[in-house]
Design a protein around this ligand. Structure first.
Ligand code: UD1
Length: 428
């Protein structure tokens, strides 16, 4: 079993380059299925979720070739099945995007409901409602979502809850539907805009991405494209929080500062300085950390995927902070591990009350999901002693070269393979 060993106490200093956005890449890869030609995708992050989705495409008959570490060419024309089995979908939730993409391409899709629940129940009812509104019969059969349509016809769909996944899946299915689809109360995340731009670069007609109302006029054909994925908002935010939490000074390069505004605002409130350039932000902190209150919201609000990292920072701030999780029903499981490290956090349903302590102390901890894992790295960086983090394959899902990137910033972080027979001793 591989573990991370993080020795705390060093303020992070230097430069870090942000990779392509995970949440855009995991939508764009299935979206390539809709093309009749070759999709050359640049700035693709080298992370486990991307590897899994590319392997899925290959398994379905697509040709996938890496041109270099961050550029891949996908030729989806060889895919001649609409069935995606559980062995393929169990590794990542994003495999649900094959539903919309397959339905758009074949007018039918039979996709196993994705496995793995990382922090709470993740329903697909809005996705199903969207497919049905476009004219598909929607059934569940043997753990698979079975979608069939004689033809897909554009319509108006109102999403009761702002959902990134449902917005993406409906967009994928609607691209080649007959007529115009309007999605109201659509998600506005940067990766929604990126997916719309990718589809438009193949010949789709999508307007309004980044607003509440998406208008998709169906086209009969989507062709080849070359497209570069946007930088990862959450990876950038994670290094910003790490810089502020450790009292460091880090220039975070290859970012779109506009995507980081809600994170910058909260870091400034908490006592850090954030300077913005064209494609970088510099985050540093000289004074003490101060309490602040945060409520997660869909974009442009504070992202839920940055909540665990910020709670970790606030665990050593002066005063008592309140963090409300308003996107997911529960996303505070990781707090138990911060408590083991000396944090004082009380969770009541969707609210965490964080009483700042002087310092955290190292402890053996476990990443229960991707962002909780990132938060535990930050906890390790600010703790006295060496923190051991288990389950790091979950961090590998979404952070490219994070050990190398943190090391280049001066962190003492190492990935060590512990033979199973030694595990009991090492965490004892
Ligand atoms: C995406 C992100 C995830 C992030 C989340 C919210 C990807 C691959 N993942 O997840 O990292 O935390 O957005 O920003 O981009 N909901 C329903 N019914 C549905 C779908 C969603 O009730 O059919 C609810 C969910 O329970 C949740 C809320 O809507 O409370 C938002 O979920 P959604 O935006 O769909 O999240 P994901 O797309 O799964």
């Amino acid at each position: 079993m591989e573990k991370l060993f993080v020795k705390g106490g060093t303020p992070l200093k230097g430069k870090v380059y942000i990779s392509g956005a995970k949440n855009a890449a995991v939508a764009i890869i299935p979206a390539a299925l809709l093309s009749d030609g070759i999709c050359r995708i640049e700035n693709i992050p080298n992370i486990a979720d991307v590897t899994v989705l590319l392997q899925m495409l290959k398994g379905l008959g697509a040709s996938v070739k890496y041109v270099n570490k961050s550029t891949v060419e996908i030729d989806p024309t060889g895919v001649n099945t609409h069935i995606v089995p559980y062995e393929m979908t169990r590794k990542t939730r994003a495999s649900s995007y094959f539903m919309g993409a397959m339905l758009g391409r074949f007018k039918k899709a039979k996709v196993a409901l994705p496995g793995g629940c990382d922090f709470c129940a993740r329903p697909l009812d809005l996705h199903e409602k969207g497919f049905a509104a476009l004219g598909a019969d929607v059934e569940k059969d043997d753990g698979m979502l079975d979608l069939k349509a004689d033809r897909l016809v554009g319509t108006s769909i109102y999403l009761d809850t702002v959902s990134v996944g449902a917005t993406i899946n409906i967009m994928l299915a609607a691209c080649k539907a007959r007529g115009r689809t309007i999605i109201e109360n659509a998600a506005k995340e940067p990766h929604i805009v990126d997916l719309a731009n990718f589809l438009n670069s193949m010949g789709a007609d999508i307007k309004g991405a980044g607003t509440d109302v998406l208008k998709i006029s169906g086209v009969s054909h989507l062709g080849s494209t070359t497209y570069s994925i946007i930088p990862d908002q959450i990876e950038a935010g994670t290094y910003m929080v790490a810089a502020a939490a450790t009292g460091g000074d880090v220039k975070i390069k290859n970012v779109i500062p506009k995507h980081l505004e809600s994170i910058s605002a909260k870091l400034i409130e908490a006592g850090a300085t954030v300077e913005e350039g064209d494609e970088f932000v510099r985050v540093y902190r000289k004074g003490e950390l101060r309490k602040c209150n945060i409520k997660t919201q869909p974009h442009p609000g504070f992202p839920t995927d940055m909540q665990p990292q910020m709670v970790t920072l606030l665990s050593i701030a002066n005063g008592t902070s309140m963090v409300t999780e308003a996107v997911w029903d529960s996303r505070f499981k990781y707090v138990n591990y911060l408590d083991r490290m000396g944090a004082k956090i009380k969770v009541d349903g969707k609210v965490a009350v964080i009483e700042g302590v002087d310092k955290l102390k190292s402890a053996p901890v476990k990443a229960d999901d991707l962002r909780a894992g990132a938060a535990l790295i930050i906890a390790g960086l600010i703790a006295d002693g060496t923190t051991q983090i288990e389950n790091i394959h979950l961090i590998d899902r979404g952070y490219e070269d994070y050990v190398e990137k943190f090391t280049a910033l001066g962190a003492d972080i190492e990935r060590i393979n512990i033979p199973d027979s030694n595990i009991a001793d090492s965490v004892g």
